[in-house]
Design a protein around this ligand. Structure first.
Ligand code: ATP
Ligand code: MG
Length: 266
């Protein structure tokens, strides 16, 4: 019986081209498929969560789905949910062709939020059942019903935090289009190899204040906050580039890897 469980985030920044509407990076997905297969065959069970990239984000933004449900954005809500299903189908088809038994689970069909935060004691019975049978549940960032504003965007990163709390995986790896978390030290862009309780605030400040790193979006800051929450649960949490599949494998199995490791922050 395989005991270890990994949760892997396929960042929309890596599996899609965020600059081109609905553009899948099939070569990136094909590149990591054999790595996931090797892990699943030899090491342990896994859950995959992918982001919205150039599928979910632009449509959700166009219709203000994150601001709530109105009389005029119901078609937009429908379109956002379907755009994510489109991306999911692309990903699951490629993975299945490599022999990975993906079991897609649509987050909007069972997660409910209140002001953007998951509220229900969400029933993870389907995910648990899939894992029991050694299938690979795959979820994604989605537009969901929200009891205070009608609807909201539930990011893949937030879903991972929720799953981590409930399922206590051994490792969580966030895959991105960059090698890890970067800070700006004396004008030089530098990869942070390890985040600890001690250097956390300094790193956060350096990213927020950075003028060299142009894309200082809420994206990366909220990702770091979520990663810290997971690390605080005592779970090994890493950020790596999905453009280097062997390196992803190293992060998954606990070998030295290039990227950012959030030490268990307990
Ligand atoms: N200091 C930083 N260190 C690392 N990445 C950064 C930094 N500042 C900005 N970024 C950007 O943050 C992005 C990751 O966050 P983003 O939410 O855009 O991607 P994602 O989570 O992979 O996509 P999705 O939300 O669609 O899943 C990377 O593409 C990276 O370029
Ligand atoms: Mg993101």
């Amino acid at each position: 019986m395989k005991k270890s469980l990994a949760i892997i985030k396929l960042g929309g920044s890596a599996v899609t081209d965020k600059t081109k509407f609905k553009t899948v990076r099939r070569n990136v997905i094909k590149g990591i498929a054999p790595i996931l297969k090797r892990y699943h065959d030899k090491i342990g069970k896994m859950i995959i969560v992918h982001g919205g990239g150039s599928f979910g984000h632009p449509i959700a933004k166009k219709y203000n789905i994150d601001k709530g449900l109105t009389e005029s954005n119901k078609i937009g809500l429908s379109e956002t949910v379907d755009a994510m299903r489109e991306l999911s189908l692309e990903i699951s088809t490629i993975f299945r062709n490599f022999g990975l038994p993906i079991f897609p689970v649509q987050p909007s069909s069972f997660f409910i939020t209140k002001n953007g935060e998951i509220i229900n004691d969400s029933n993870l019975i389907v995910i648990r059942e899939a894992l029991k049978h050694n299938l690979i549940p795959m979820l994604w960032g989605d537009a969901v019903f929200d009891i205070s504003i009608g609807c909201s965007i539930l990011s893949g990163d937030k879903i991972i935090l929720h799953l981590a709390k409930k399922l206590r995986p051994n490792v969580v790896v966030f895959g991105s289009d960059v090698e890890g978390i970067f800070i700006n030290k004396n004008g030089i862009r530098q990869l942070v190899r390890k985040i600890t309780n001690k250097n956390f605030n300094e790193i956060l400040k350096s990213i927020s204040l950075s003028s060299q790193i142009i894309d200082v979006t809420g994206g990366i800051i909220s990702k770091i906050m979520i990663m810290r929450e997971i690390a605080k649960l005592g779970i090994k949490t890493c950020l790596v580039s999905l453009f280097d599949p062997e390196n992803l494998y190293k992060a998954l199995v606990g070998e030295d890897f290039v990227g950012t490791l959030f030490d268990r922050l307990k």
